[in-house]
Design a protein around this ligand. Structure first.
Ligand code: BGC
Length: 519
């Protein structure tokens, strides 16, 4: 049988299984935990309160003309800095086992360094953590979710090799102050976005746009910073604090557009450049950047007249320090893209740049269901394949799905989010059945938030936030009731309908709450 017929039949089998598994009630394994995630700049507000200093996002969102789609900022956002108790009520109402939130570095260390620890910041996170613990919700802290202190950016931010030490010192303040109650730590969220989008292009702050150079310097330093915090915990805190510590990486599934070997190579390159660059050094036995990644950047650099590869080397000692420096893999995954390679790539990207080095064209498939966010389409089989591939490539690590979710333009009846959630959870159960070691799932986002460059135009929340009223009221969407039932029953029942939603939400927006809360 030719390989293409074989793979066709195999895909048919997968999809037949998926159809079968979609229509039956399925259960989650014993001990599987559920959560929801947010991040500091996206929800906190209180941007100038109680001694917090500016982050690169505070600066970027105030630029004129604004780089944010609706010209908004995170100055107030959902105001969780003041309404954190309401957030904890929501966690409790949903029945979450855990909640992922991030700490704002400039709220804790206004200058970036430990000579000035801001008591206001420590007090805020202490109150939030205590409220969560009191309500039996496990805090998962992300130490860094993109809001770098401006003072550190002035020194080059993630391109300055000293940032590994700065991050380690910041981590020590977090372990010291919160580690008695926090047992789950994520060092850094989304390194490829931090580096490729912030330093290797101008898509996210600090918009350095040092294409083909800045992103790679950042990548090395992010890995070293992560490893420093991991080893610090391991050596100084783990014994008495008894927690776990990992990193959250972004995984988009890449599918070749054809069986042509060039498209397969392009797909493999896209994987190596976008997640292999971080996962390979940490989660493989040999460590280091992936070979193909090193080779491609070195070859292009030489062609372009650079005396050395634009990708900095990791020394043997650095490879050793990074290898194995994660107790679990935080898996952020939302979507799938198609990949191919052909001559049209010439002139498509700046030279040098990571996209040019990668040499792959990454596109959407217009037949897939589209969310409010341009980059996000619903492709549950891609999620399944991604989990399988990660488990195969990285020695079947313990995985927490740290982010997965769907955006809409708003409204309480979010049927498409529910469909996405169910289909992805079903794909996740397929992956567990196939042997992937997934221990928990965290939906993004618990509440609507400032969605980076999209401002408030893309709503990811299970709870709608009314950004136009001062108390930022939070109202459950239909998906909140569905998720709550999944957590309560530990079952994925594709036919479950929450009673509260048997009635249509009336046209009259003012009356909508009657229908949500009354049975
Ligand atoms: C980021 C989140 C963001 C989500 C949706 C993720 O990669 O970590 O902060 O809300 O994408 O855009």
């Amino acid at each position: 049988m030719s390989p293409s017929i074989y793979s066709f039949l195999f895909l048919q089998l997968i999809s037949m299984n998926q159809v079968a598994s979609k229509s039956k009630v399925r259960s989650f394994p014993e001990g599987f935990v559920f959560g929801a995630s947010t991040s500091a700049y996206q929800i906190e507000g209180g941007a100038f309160d109680d001694g917090k200093a500016l982050s690169i996002w505070d600066v970027a969102s105030h630029e004129k003309p604004s780089p944010i789609k609706d010209g908004s900022t995170g100055d107030v956002s959902a105001n969780s800095y003041h309404f954190y108790k309401r957030d904890v009520e929501i966690m409790k109402d949903l029945g979450l086992d855990f909640y992922i939130f991030s700490v704002s570095w400039p709220r804790i260390l206004p200058d970036g360094f430990t000579n000035n620890v801001n008591k206001g910041g420590i007090d805020f996170y202490n109150k939030l953590i205590d409220e969560m613990i009191y309500n039996n919700i496990k805090p998962f802290i992300t130490m860094y979710h993109w809001d770098l202190p401006v003072q550190l950016q002035k020194l080059g931010g993630w391109t300055n090799p000293y940032i590994a030490d700065w991050f380690k010192d910041y981590a020590s303040v977090l372990f010291e102050n919160f580690g008695d109650r926090v047992k789950h730590w994520i060092t850094i969220n989304g390194p490829s976005e931090i580096c490729n989008d912030g330093y290797g292009s101008d898509l996210l702050p600090p918009t350095l746009n040092m294409t083909g150079i800045g992103g790679y310097m950042c990548a090395k330093n992010v890995l070293l910073a992560h490893a420093s915090a991991y080893h610090l915990y391991d050596e100084m805190y783990r014994e008495h604090q008894n927690g776990t510590i990992g990193i959250a990486l972004n995984f988009t599934w890449f599918e070749p557009t054809s069986d042509n070997p060039d498209d397969h190579h392009a797909t493999w390159d896209a994987k190596q450049f976008l997640f292999g660059a971080y996962a390979h050094p940490i989660f493989t036995k040999e460590g280091d950047f992936p070979e193909e990644f090193k080779r491609s950047v070195a070859a292009k650099s030489a062609e372009q007249g650079f005396k050395r590869s634009r990708l900095p080397e990791l020394t043997a000692a650095e490879v050793t320090a990074i290898r194995g420096s994660s107790d679990f893999l935080g898996f952020n995954s939302y979507t799938t893209k198609m990949v191919y390679r052909d001559a049209s790539i010439e002139g498509m990207y700046p030279v040098p740049s990571y996209m040019d080095d990668m040499g792959a064209v990454i596109v959407k498939d217009s037949t897939w269901p589209q969310s409010q966010s341009d980059w996000l389409q619903e492709v549950p089989w891609g999620f399944y394949k991604m989990l399988q591939e990660v488990s195969r490539l990285y020695d079947n690590p313990p995985i927490y799905i740290t982010e997965n979710g769907w955006s809409t333009s708003g409204g309480l009846l979010d049927e498409d989010r529910i469909r996405y959630l169910r289909n992805y959870l079903s794909a996740l159960l397929d992956a567990i059945d196939a042997g992937c070691n997934v221990q928990g799932y965290s939906v993004r986002s618990m509440i609507d938030s400032f969605e980076w460059r999209d401002g408030y135009t893309a709503k990811f929340g299970l709870y709608e936030v009314d950004f136009s009223n001062e108390d930022r009221s939070r109202t459950p969407r239909k998906s909140a009731f569905i998720y709550k039932e999944i957590i309560r029953s530990k079952l994925l029942d594709p036919h479950y309908e929450p009673e509260v939603y048997l009635e249509e939400v009336p046209e009259n927006e003012e009356k909508k709450d009657d229908y949500i809360y009354k049975k």
